[in-house]
Write a new protein. Structure first.
Length: 503
């Protein structure tokens, strides 16, 4: 491969290499991308388009007829794709009559023979020129900076796979999360089980939000792969089921990790399976009984220091309710007096955590991050996959995260059963202060749900992601449960006075 700032040139030795490029491109494209495929007859345009579509569909047998006579063929895939062949187009203006604009708004457009409607195609498009070269073909890719960055990334991941013993592996999109990490399923060529690729590119820090620091630094969010590897190793050493790490490129942020399975803790209707949640609670109770060191060696020259869940981080997260939820709820921002009172209440609540039990907390112990491993025993039944943001702080935070699952309604009877299970398991160890723990739990539950009540609004208004708003009624209902503890009376009264419903 040769590359410049504006183009990439790849020699494709055969049809297998062409299909692999199509597979890689399927992971790079997003809705709104137009891909113009140019080249002589037989240069490989249709072969590349077919491979891309089959990868996007995760169906090697997907029927991909040539759109030579229909001019356009549409596919309802993970991202909708419209495949245009403009060879027989009478006039460039006819492209709009084929629904090109509408297709580009919601999906990807693959365009063969783009020369036939050059004036009607978007200026910001990905151009792939295919030419015969010896026994194979050469692909030259040109694209605007945003799209080119995505293409370079998927090709860098392919090079990482080649260097890690997975040359020729089949790649499929697995999932993305609320952060900027993405995951792929990797299937080795020939025999071998699926492994998971974590795509965690380094990112710019972002604007300062407090004391000149960006949000990730104040909230102690992991910014590279070292924390993930460190926590995976230390948890596994203590008997927990975390993925083995097969290969890591720390600089690029690419990891190959073990596939722990696909079963979760919800049934086919998205409802909690009580047995699996109770097993998850038992896993947490055991974790909280251990002492995990602050500093974990990762490589000979890097040690990960687990950060403390400190006052600054707690207050910044709780402030999301003040900054985002309150203005959204009532249409007016918090007054100076309301803001001062709210933050003073949180200072008082955090003061009450001074003598709370503190140990490793995983931070996001809830349904999206739990793998159910039915064939295993004890805590090995619970696969843990999202722990890179772990901190040292009140252990009650993790129990609040689990029994008040942000994305699943945990009915009150199960909610109370899970807490009862946890308390019984901790009492069995001896020396457990239940009253102190329950006060800590109520404070951490309120802190987490105040954060989430603001986060859902921020995702809507700042990030254009309205889907998270469906979790708001559940979040406020969970907050109301936290308010049942007498320690939360000042915050409950503040919310009632401020007009925050559901609390």
């Amino acid at each position: 491969m040769t590359a410049t700032d504006t183009s990439i040139s790849l020699f494709l030795a055969d049809d297998t290499a062409t299909a692999q490029l199509g597979e890689d491109l399927a992971l790079a494209l997003k809705a709104g991308d137009c891909v113009a495929l140019s080249g002589d007859l037989g240069a490989g345009k249709s072969s590349l388009a077919r491979a891309l579509l089959r990868a996007m569909a995760d169906d090697a047998e997907l029927d991909v007829p040539s759109p030579t006579f229909t001019l356009v063929q549409s596919y309802e895939l993970r991202i909708p794709v419209s495949h245009f062949d403009l060879y027989r187009l009478g006039d460039p203006s006819e492209l709009m009559e084929l629904g090109f604009d509408e297709a580009l708004q919601t999906g990807i457009c693959l365009v063969e023979w783009p020369e036939m409607a050059e004036s009607e195609l978007p200026k910001e498009r990905i151009v792939i020129k295919l030419e015969h070269e010896g026994e194979g073909r050469r692909a030259t890719i040109m694209a605007p900076a945003r799209q080119m960055a995505r293409i370079r990334r998927v090709l860098a991941i392919r090079a990482f796979l080649d260097a890690s013993g997975y040359a020729g592996a089949r790649r499929r999109f697995l999932t993305g999360d609320a952060s900027l990490r993405a995951y792929e399923s990797i299937y080795p060529r020939g025999e071998g089980s699926r492994v998971i690729l974590m795509d965690w590119p380094p990112l710019p820090e972002g604007p300062p939000v407090l004391d000149g620091k960006p949000y990730p630094k104040v909230a102690h969010l992991a910014e590279n792969a070292y924390p993930f590897v460190a926590l995976a190793d230390i948890l596994r050493e203590n008997g927990f089921a975390t993925p083995d790490i097969f290969s890591v490129d720390y600089e690029q942020g690419i990891l190959l990790i073990e596939d722990l399975g696909t079963d979760g803790v919800l049934d086919e209707h998205g409802r909690p399976i009580a047995e699996r949640y109770r097993a998850s609670v038992a896993c947490l109770a055991h974790l909280h009984s251990l002492t995990i060191p602050h500093d974990i060696p990762v490589t000979p020259d890097h040690t990960h220091h687990i950060p403390d869940f400190d006052r600054t981080a707690m207050k910044m997260e709780a402030r999301l309710l003040l900054d985002w939820h309150l203005p959204w709820k009532r249409g007016t921002p918090a007054s100076d007096a309301e803001r001062a009172d709210y933050l003073a209440i949180w200072d008082q609540l955090i003061d009450q955590l001074d003598d709370a039990e503190k140990n490793l907390l995983l931070r996001d112990m809830h349904s999206p991050n739990i793998i159910w491993r039915a064939a295993e025993k004890g805590i090995q039944r619970i696969g843990l996959i999202d722990f890179q943001d772990a901190m040292i702080g009140p252990t009650s935070y993790d129990l609040a995260s689990l029994v008040q699952d942000a994305r699943v309604t945990i009915e009150r009877d199960l909610h109370d059963q899970l807490i009862s299970d946890y308390l019984a398991l901790r009492h069995a160890e001896g020396g457990f202060d239940e009253a102190k723990f329950l006060k800590s739990w109520a404070i951490m539950s309120a802190q987490r749900n105040c954060k989430l009540a603001g986060l859902w609004v921020r995702l809507l208004q700042r990030d254009g992601k309205p889907g998270y708003l469906k979790h708001m009624p559940r979040t406020l209902a969970y907050l109301a449960i936290a308010f049942e503890h007498e320690a939360l009376a000042p915050l409950r009264e503040w919310c009632e006075k401020a007009g925050i419903g559901g609390a």
